[in-house]
Design a protein. Sequence first.
Length: 129
Amino acid sequence: MQRSSLVFVIIGLWNTFFTFALFSALAKLSNPNFYPLILAVVYLAGTLQSHFLYRKFVWKSKNRYAQELFRFSGMSIGLYFINLILLKITHETLNWNLVLSQLIISACMAIFSFLFQKNMVYRSKSIIN
């Protein structure tokens, strides 16, 4: 495994843990029916943190910061809506536990996030194989 691949996985695991812990805490401290708002707060915090870490330690990008942040934020907004739809299906339709639903969805979102980052945000030339 390349160093950048390992760093990507470590940052991804950290970000997944951080955002899941934040989601769980906010869901327990507030009304769980507000999960779209809770998810939005989590995505905002996760987007800012992960963009900085991935840009600096994985992709080592020298491209214009604002342009990449815009693309990264666009990716996060798209993933937010996919996540929200999946959460609505699993929690409201299938009656799964809210936090368990988010845990499973988070794993799926990590895969989509990697693909979007590699191919659309940082436009890497095979940094991660």
